[in-house]
Design a protein around this ligand. Sequence first.
Ligand code: FMN
Length: 175
Amino acid sequence: MEFKQLIDERRSVRKYESGITHEDLETILRAAQRAPSWGNRQTSKCYAVETPETLEELRAAALPEGNQKNSTNAVLVVTTFVKDIVGFRDGTPANEIGNGWGAYDLGLHDAFLILAAKDLGYDTLIMGMRDSAAIREKICIPDNEEILSVIAIGKRAEEPAVRPRKDFEEVVSFI
Ligand SMILES: Cc1cc2nc3c(=O)[nH]c(=O)nc-3n(C[C@H](O)[C@H](O)[C@H](O)COP(=O)(O)O)c2cc1C
């Protein structure tokens, strides 16, 4: 897909008719891995949940009702970053952002992920409303990783409206 079209057509989808093939999922996750990161430390990680039984258990245990319903039929990717590496020097924060830099890198990773998914004809929903303790227990995520989002990926079963953006001048300053 042409890049501008991809940007224009991507939106959060809250109704799925099906998930994604393993091969396509791997292609998308490999594209996400190409995202830049602080010092090329690559602390972003993801756990792709494809097994139907585990998917249903995770959805029920870790997502609030709305996100459970909106991600039905989609595959789920839990994204995490390894703490205390990115943004740190000799074990201490390099500046005031600290582990915020790990979250920054993971956000870039996830941006690559959702755009790569769109490019292959899939849609996504990033979900920040999730129970991280339940996720950690269910799929055994180590304590040194911060769990950020759960991303639903699948074939859309709705054509969502474009969500408006703030006025450009409100958020961008040319100085
Ligand atoms: C970090 C993050 C967390 C989000 N969490 C949720 C969520 O828990 N549930 C949901 O339905 N949408 C969630 N969204 C989707 C946003 O609501 C959506 O991106 C925003 O309204 C803009 O719409 P668009 O993605 O269609 O352009 C989240 C998005 C981001 C980036």
